[in-house]
Structures are given as C-alpha cells and as structure tokens.
Design a protein around this ligand. Structure first.
Ligand code: IMP
Ligand code: MG
Length: 183
C-alpha cells in the first residue's frame, strides 16, 4: 500500500497519459487477430500472469475468436517502490495439466525479462503443445535477461508506468489508460 493520505496526492502522481484508451483498444483488436491467425481455429489456453495482466486478459480474451480457455498464475516480482529487487516468486500456480494445450501467456509488461524467462522455463517443462507470449508493454532498454515476446502491443521508454492493470504499491490498476508515474 502506498502512503497516499489525500486524493489530490493520489492524483498528483499520475504524471500524464502515455497510451490512451483508444490506442489500447486498437492494438488489442490487432493482437487478437494475430492470435487467431497463428492458431487458425485450434483451441488455446490463455494463461494470465497476475496481477498485472487481469485487465488486458479481459480485453484480449474478447478479441480472439478461436475457442479459448483462461487460466491464472500469480508471479510476484518484489518491488521497493518503483525499483525491482530481482526476486521473482510464483505465489499461485496453475491448477491444471497444460500438456495437450496450445498455451498463450498473457503478460502486462516485460521489463528486465526475469519473470517471463522463469515462467517459460517452468511451463515448458510441463510439455504444452506449443507456447507463445503476448505482452501489452515492452521496455527493451531495461532487459537483463535475453527475452523477446512473440506479440508486443507497445514498446515504451524506461519510465515507470501505471494503469490498465499495472500498479504502483497496488494502486492505479483501474485507470483505463496507461500513464507515467510521478515519483
Ligand atoms: P521483469 O521480471 O523485470 O520483466 O518485470 C516484470 C514485472 O515487473 C511486470 O510483470 C510488472 O508486474 C512489474 N513492472 C515492471 N515495470 C513496471 C512498470 O513500469 N509499472 C508497473 N509494474 C512494472
Ligand atoms: Mg506482472
């Protein structure tokens, strides 16, 4: 929880809109069509990495038309304010066997690349039929582990962002747009 004593302090930290609702909607539609094209009618399992991807998942699952199931997994990268500690922990695992599924991982942002490389290593060992990664945002300048998503909706500079599922101290996930955070 952030120490935000007043609503004006909460609002002051929303520095400015980086990606609008309209831009998000347009790119979600495009990504949905790309997923449909990859799987060509075959059923998929959308694996949402919580908490950050819950808003994106809700939109992307309605933008695909191949038959789809959804599943959730919770990964926590420990943060001191806006700085990552580098420790990634799976705090809630999938409750199903993914062998026999075409898995599509839905992530909010690829920053250092640690979370997704760990998740891919863990999930590949469970022998899915195939695996693709879709990320809403990509901050390639911050990469510490070599990692590239198959589909990335927006590439952003090295700024801490909030909204559309992304938080700072658990706040701001409900903003309908993506904004830069004011320290
Ligand atoms: P990575 O393991 O460094 O790639 O970071 C992954 C996680 O850090 C993401 O799934 C987010 O939860 C969080 N994260 C990284 N950058 C930001 C940001 O700018 N805003 C909010 N969360 C972020
Ligand atoms: Mg996340």
């Amino acid at each position: 929880m952030l120490d935000l004593k007043t609503k004006s302090e909460y609002e002051r930290r929303i520095k400015g809109v980086l990606i609008t609702e309209e831009e998000i909607a347009r790119e979600v539609k495009r990504a949905g069509a790309e997923i449909d094209k990859i799987y060509d009618g075959r059923p998929i399992l959308l694996v949402s990495i919580l908490k950050g991807s819950f808003v994106f998942l809700a939109d992307i699952c309605r933008a695909v038309s191949v038959p789809s199931e959804v599943a959730f997994m919770c990964a926590k990268s420990y943060y001191e304010g806006t700085v990552s500690s580098g420790v990634v922990k799976i705090t809630m695992d999938l409750d199903m066997d993914i062998s026999g599924y075409h898995v599509v991982i839905i992530e909010d942002i690829v920053d250092t690349g640690r979370t997704l490389s760990d998740i891919i290593r863990i999930l590949s060992a469970r022998n899915p039929l195939s695996m693709h990664v879709v990320t809403l945002l990509d901050k390639p300048s911050r990469r510490l582990v070599d990692f590239k998503a198959d589909i990335s909706l927006f590439t952003i500079p090295d700024r801490f962002v909030i909204g559309y599922g992304l938080d700072c101290g658990e706040y701001y996930r409900n903003l309908p747009y993506i904004a830069e955070y004011e320290e």
